[in-house]
Design a protein around this ligand. Structure first.
Ligand SMILES: Cc1cc2nc3c(=O)[nH]c(=O)nc-3n(C[C@H](O)[C@H](O)[C@H](O)COP(=O)(O)O)c2cc1C
Length: 209
């Protein structure tokens, strides 16, 4: 299984070679891997910003615990969850589903109100947590797709979401930065690339009942 070999190859890259850029055709594959991510009800209540602008990366670095990956990477992916879920989000999904799967809207009304009724019972804080969770699934797919393409990546929570929201003007768009990933190519000076993986033994991690 090639996937396992690729997952052993990948690691949370600490030092990128800033001279190497991910080519557009690979970026398109990464976008598609994110697009194909599973999400609760299929709603995909997030948006992913891909930042390649060097000035913007410089502005975001101090808001990212000054981690060098932010400026050295080729592209910085910022996964932004919807800050609030409104009925229109569900209606948009239903109309997309109706078009793509050729189903009359009337036949999707039950599903639509089921989703609305469930989501409307969530407090605003819970909605935020719920939409943010979905971004981690997308980020997981990004990390796996990167590994398959032998592109390096570092998943990152070490950043100040409020500062990101401010710098990227996310509040005005109804978005909030949930998690980020730096993507590019490892520097030959990154000693962590060769460190053995630290993982719990399979017997500790799993219990078959
Ligand atoms: C949600 C999440 C947040 C992380 N945040 C950071 C971070 O801010 N900076 C960093 O260098 N690594 C970060 N990491 C990387 C982890 O430390 C790393 O994945 C873990 O130690 C396992 O090592 P490996 O990915 O190299 O196999 C993060 C990983 C995850 C999944």
């Amino acid at each position: 299984m090639n996937l396992l070999e690729n997952l052993k190859w990948r690691y949370a890259t600490k030092k990128f070679d800033s001279s190497k850029k991910v080519k557009e055709s690979d970026l398109n594959k990464l976008k598609e891997a994110i697009q194909l991510s599973a999400s609760s009800y299929g709603l995909q209540l997030y948006k992913v910003l891909i930042i390649e602008d060097e000035e913007l990366k410089k502005k975001l670095k101090p808001a990212s615990w000054d981690q060098p990956q932010i400026t050295d990477c080729s592209h910085l992916f910022v996964f932004c969850n919807y800050a609030k879920v409104v009925d229109k989000n569900i209606d948009d999904y239903i109309s997309l589903k109706s078009k793509i799967q050729d189903i009359e809207i009337e036949n999707l009304e039950g599903y639509s109100s089921f989703m609305k009724n469930t989501i409307n019972t969530f407090s605003e804080d819970m909605q935020q947590v719920w939409t943010a969770k979905q971004t981690y699934i997308a980020m997981g797919n990004l990390l796996t797709a990167c590994a398959e393409l032998k592109i390096d990546a570092c998943p990152m929570e070490g950043f100040d979401a409020e500062k990101y929201n401010e710098i990227l003007d996310l509040n005005a768009k109804g978005l909030s930065a949930a998690v980020i990933t730096t993507v590019g190519y490892r520097s030959s000076e990154d000693a962590t690339a060769n460190a053995p993986k630290v993982r719990k033994p399979i017997d500790d991690l799993f219990e078959t009942i």
